[in-house]
Design a protein around this ligand. Structure first.
Ligand code: AMP
Length: 404
């Protein structure tokens, strides 16, 4: 069990608190924020630290400035919008060195409960290399450190890993914020100590990108469901032709091995029993439902699981107490191939007394886009980080926080 110190466990009154957030938001050409979900998600931790009387110094990366100042990737628009969301000034510490003289002067002038935002941490070349100089610079401006940026937790950078060593050296706490805590509780602890039955649903484009996840989950789940583009490699392994569907020939053997491993472990292993095949990769393509007993014609490709598969998967979810889902069941971006993904989301949403966890990236996007955003116990905010958590890996950004 991961048991990390959180913002509820530390005393920040009168102290300078460096908070690593994930403010990596999309901006349009006029530098307007086009999706502020990440800002809204960061508010509970920031409000808690304000209420506790800390001097709050926020930091984040934005895009990839590659170690040098890029005005179009400045965090200035974020400070402005955060001020509105908090109904309180968030002073922007404009400083191409991130923690240069201007930022330090702004920090020196802070009162308890004040909030400032530093410039994009990736303006500094050391950031993504976890270089000591920038880690020390960051630690020099704070007494306490809080990490609330799950999206970068699978990377060891100065602002989420390197800085903790030097804060600790000063006797300061290194805690996690509420967002990180939630990711640890669900993607970390619930997946590793699940209430049973535990069902995992994997989909998306490629088997190859999900191998470590399949291997890790096979040791934990009662049922493993495979859908999406990756299912065709399994169908091929069963001796069927899959037409123009996504296929990774190099992984056909592996697919068989996984099914055998599941059998040995007593894990129920489900792949689609039918497919929605299309004559073109387009929403208005002509389609045909094809049973997995039959070959998919050479000029067609499977773009969604079929209705019988949706039923099979929904039935397999009944009675589950823990469900984790990563990867859509089909090309949900095209409405005519979203039905399988919708059915699985509906089946999850209807579960009573179950912990339902959505891995980040495309499954999170699918869930939100299809209107199931508030029906799940937890939707991860991290893409790569969420996948690595499901692979059973230690995430450097999580490891770096103090244990309780
Ligand atoms: P991943 O990032 O591996 O989870 O893949 C997500 C992507 O897989 C989404 O953009 C889906 O459109 C795509 N996808 C899911 N099923 C299929 C399929 N049957 N054929 C092609 N692409 C698919």
């Amino acid at each position: 069990m991961l048991n990390k110190k959180s913002v509820d466990d530390i005393n920040v009154s009168g102290k300078k608190v460096l908070v690593r957030c994930d403010f990596n938001v999309p901006l349009d050409a006029e530098l307007n924020i086009t999706d502020e979900n990440r800002l809204v998600a960061a508010l509970p931790t920031i409000k808690k630290l304000i209420a506790d009387g800390g001097k709050i110094i926020l930091c984040s990366h934005l895009g990839k400035p590659k170690g040098e100042p890029k005005p179009e990737l400045s965090l200035a628009p974020v400070a402005k919008r955060l001020s509105e969301l908090l109904s309180k000034e968030v002073k922007f510490a404009a400083d191409n060195n991130v923690v240069g003289d201007n930022a330090k002067a702004a920090i020196d002038a802070m009162q308890d409960g004040d909030v400032i935002l530093l410039e994009n941490t990736r303006y500094r070349a050391e950031e993504t290399k976890n270089g000591e100089a920038f880690s020390k610079d960051l630690a020099s401006i704070a007494d306490v450190y809080v990490n609330d940026a799950f999206g970068t937790a699978h990377r060891a950078h100065c602002s989420n890993v390197g800085v903790t060593e030097f804060i600790r050296e000063k006797g300061g706490d290194c805690a996690v914020g509420y967002l990180m805590q939630k990711e640890i509780d669900f993607l970390g602890n619930a997946v590793n100590n699940p209430e049973r039955p535990f069902v995992a649903i994997l989909g998306g484009a490629k088997v190859s990108s999900k191998i470590p996840v399949i291997e890790n989950l096979l040791d934990k789940v009662d049922t493993l469901i495979i859908g999406g583009g990756m299912a065709y490699t399994f169908m091929k392994a069963h001796g069927k032709e899959v037409g123009k569907s996504l296929l990774e020939e190099d992984y056909v053997e592996y697919a068989l091995k996984m099914e055998k491993k599941a059998e040995e472990k007593g894990v129920k292993f489900l792949i689609p029993v039918d497919t929605v095949a299309a004559d073109d990769f387009a929403n208005d393509a002509n389609t045909k439902i094809i049973s997995s007993e039959d070959d998919i014609p050479a000029d067609m490709e499977g773009l969604d699981i079929g209705p019988e598969s949706s039923k099979l998967f929904a039935d397999a979810l009944k009675g589950a107490r823990t469900v984790v889902w990563n990867g859509p069941m089909g090309c949900f971006e095209m409405p005519n191939f979203a039905a399988g993904t919708v059915k699985v989301a509906e089946a999850m949403a209807e579960l009573k007394d179950a912990t339902t966890i959505i891995g980040g990236g495309d499954s999170a996007a699918a869930c939100n886009q299809l209107g199931f955003g508030d029906k799940m116990t937890h939707i991860s905010t991290g893409g790569g980080a969420s996948l690595e958590f499901l692979e059973g890996k230690d995430l450097p950004g999580v490891v770096a926080a103090d244990d309780k």
